[in-house]
Design a protein around this ligand. Sequence first.
Ligand code: AMP
Length: 115
Amino acid sequence: MTEASIFTRILNGEIPGDFVARTDRVFAIRDINPQAPLHVLVIPVTEQYRDVTELAAGDPALMAEMVAMAEQIATEHADGEFRLIFNNGARAGQSVFHVHAHVLADLEEDRLVGF
Ligand code: AMP
């Protein structure tokens, strides 16, 4: 059996996480290394999809649930506008291979982060 991802371990309470939303299929935690005033990770409970390519092919409805949660968080914690970033592959900056979306909000107009 492969080791649980860091996000699964946070979900299971083995590692602390700052939860901001949760349904039976999707949860959201604050990123430990924020790149914007609001930086939240939206993550499916299942870790069967490594990246957004696999997720979109395997369960587009789950991807839509992630987008809906991102919108809800941006509305509750910021002004409702947000960037949604999926790093897809190690050379594109992906370090955790349990698919997740970065939700960035409260951005300064002249400083849009790229990472
Ligand atoms: P990525 O590089 O796109 O795979 O994103 C992984 C993200 O997980 C990074 O932005 C990290 O800062 C974040 N991260 C890693 N460990 C933790 C943790 N224990 N709690 C919250 N976020 C984390």
